[in-house]
Design a protein around this ligand. Structure first.
Ligand code: PGA
Length: 308
């Protein structure tokens, strides 16, 4: 029988396999790849015949990958990644930086990372960016797949398998509706602030995690009135007088503070920092290295000027 590399028809089959693994179903993968479902099923069947083992079992509507199927997925990813690296190396040799930068960022970082990217892409206009946003827990879950160049957190998980590059302060500031009775006071006692109806982000949010830890350390409990799943919705709820909150000052930058005031509360802001995290096991692409260099050289300074 011919060797395995000769039996596997095309790299496209590996791409299709990865899409099915990533999307979790043939229907979703077909949509993502702009292919018909029969085409996707047919290519997977051919791949399964070529490797000589079943790649997955169909349990109801779910695809459960077999142990061998997972090995094929792993190898498919390595093969396609190496070809991606080769593409970038060749491009780099010609003095061009092309390829894709894959970033997954926590929701609060979406307020400033696009501005950083805007500046970076002026230097490297041929680079594409794949940009995913989720709360802290969603980004941690995504890391398990290991497909992104960088994850942006202010509370990265404490794994030793991560390279962490701290790049910017992230002050979490107290906010209230404009004209709030506390808005003209200085050094408001934390207990007085904590007694106000408080709007907090959902479980899994890094902002919530930091606020809870801070209050706990100080032995004070906020008077939580509402849990709200987005920074923007919290800002609107605060604007309309539903309560006070603590949010990253980035959510107020770039003109995002209208209708709100920052309160001067003792023991606040909560000072946290932003990190670019990358998996040690993932070899950085040329594009990823260029982005890290950019952030370390210019990004800090340029973003600090936007912090309100
Ligand atoms: P969040 O994360 O958007 O999940 O609140 C922000 C952070 O990690 O500080």
């Amino acid at each position: 029988m011919a060797r395995l590399h000769a039996r596997i028809g095309t790299l496209r089959q590996l791409e299709i396999l990865l899409a099915v693994y990533k999307e979790g179903s043939i229907t979703a993968a077909s949509k993502a790849l702009f292919l018909t479902q029969p085409t996707v099923s047919m290519q997977l069947k051919k791949l399964s015949e070529a490797v000589g083992v079943p790649l997955y079992d169909q349990v109801g509507r779910k695809l459960i990958f077999t142990q061998s199927g997972l090995e094929v997925v792993k190898t498919a990813r390595e093969v396609l990644e190496s070809i991606g690296h080769l593409e970038m190396k060749l491009a780099d040799m010609e003095g061009l930086k092309t390829g894709t930068l894959r970033l997954a960022v926590v929701t609060t970082a979406k307020y400033f990372i696009p501005h950083l990217l805007g500046e970076f892409l002026q230097h490297y206009p041929a680079i594409d960016v794949d940009f995913k946003v989720g709360n802290r827990q969603q980004i941690i879950d995504r890391m398990a797949k290991g497909e992104d160049d960088f994850y942006v957190f202010s509370h990265p998980p404490r794994h030793s398998n991560l390279n962490l590059h701290e790049f910017l302060p992230n002050p979490l500031v107290a906010i209230a509706q404009q004209g709030h009775p506390l808005s003209n006071q200085k050094n408001i006692p934390l207990q007085i602030f904590a007694d106000q109806p408080f709007l907090i982000r959902e479980f899994g949010s890094g902002t919530r995690h930091a606020i809870e830890r801070h209050f706990e350390q100080l032995g004070v409990e906020p008077n939580v009135r509402m849990t709200v799943e987005s920074n923007e919705a919290i800002k609107h709820a605060v604007m309309s007088g539903l309560g006070v909150s603590i949010l990253s000052s980035h959510t107020l930058a770039f003109g995002g503070s209208s209708g709100l005031v920052k309160l001067d509360v003792e023991y606040l802001p909560v000072m946290t920092r932003w990190y670019l995290a990358s998996l040690k096991a993932r070899q950085p692409s040329i594009v990823a290295r260029a982005f890290l260099d950019y952030v370390e050289t210019y990004g800090r300074e340029s973003m600090s000027t936007h912090l309100s």
